[in-house]
Design a protein around this ligand. Structure first.
Ligand code: SF4
Length: 211
């Protein structure tokens, strides 16, 4: 039974990416990532060195407080959150937010998809990587597929990976230019203009200087 998790940071802000952009959310960023993307903008999340062990009970209480202050959902991100068993944390969040006399607060998960699913999240934002392919179970169950665009080959990868998602229940498809990459921006914008199945996802929190 996991009673603590390594937490890098947690904060109440606005979701900056994907389909829920602009909505109030409480973020829990867990430490550890073995995927090691060269362009990663949270390299301090790769190890537990900058994190503190936080109890699942305290974290779920913080989520409940954030809901009271307006958070519409909680986002579990990383690092790679599925390196950890998320069942105890998600169970605790569901339990405490249900006890507020409302439906449980929706749990969103941001993942690269390299590990088995845990926590039974309500929304999975899958951001697959060319060098560490996601598991089929994540491709089959994600609600949004968000591919980071650095170079031309990423567009080909985006199409290939989108073709592996179920035809009858395809996720929303997003191209997200890598931060500070002019080429990535140009490629993503042009591609979305010419391919209506795809949408552009910008890291609006960074543009706006919002945490
Ligand atoms: S999966 Fe995410 S946290 Fe891990 S290295 Fe890649 S971008 Fe960074």
């Amino acid at each position: 039974m996991v009673s603590t998790l390594p937490v890098l940071e947690r904060f109440h802000s606005l979701q900056g990416e994907g389909a829920h952009t602009g909505r109030s959310a409480f973020f829990i960023r867990l430490a550890k990532c073995r995927v090691k993307c060269p362009w990663c903008d949270t390299k301090n999340s790769w190890t537990e060195d900058f994190s503190t062990q936080e109890s699942v009970t305290n974290l779920s209480q913080e989520v409940a407080n954030a809901r009271h202050e307006g958070a519409a959902f909680v986002v579990i991100t990383g690092g790679e959150p599925l390196h950890h068993n998320l069942n105890p944390l998600c169970d605790a969040i569901r339990q405490i937010t249900t006890s507020q006399g409302k439906q449980a607060l929706p749990i969103h998960l941001e993942t690269s998809g390299v590990d088995p699913i845990s926590g039974n999240p309500n929304w999975i934002s899958l951001s697959p990587k060319r060098h560490a392919l996601p598991r089929l179970e994540l491709l089959n169950t994600c609600q949004e597929l968000k591919v980071v665009i650095n170079e031309k080959d990423d567009l080909l990868f985006a199409e290939n990976i989108a073709n592996k998602t179920p035809r009858f229940k395809q996720p929303l498809l997003f191209l997200q230019p890598a931060w500070n990459n002019k080429e990535g921006h140009k490629l993503a914008i042009e591609y979305v203009k010419n391919n209506p199945n795809w949408r552009l996802s910008m890291q609006t929190h960074k543009w706006l200087g919002v945490l």
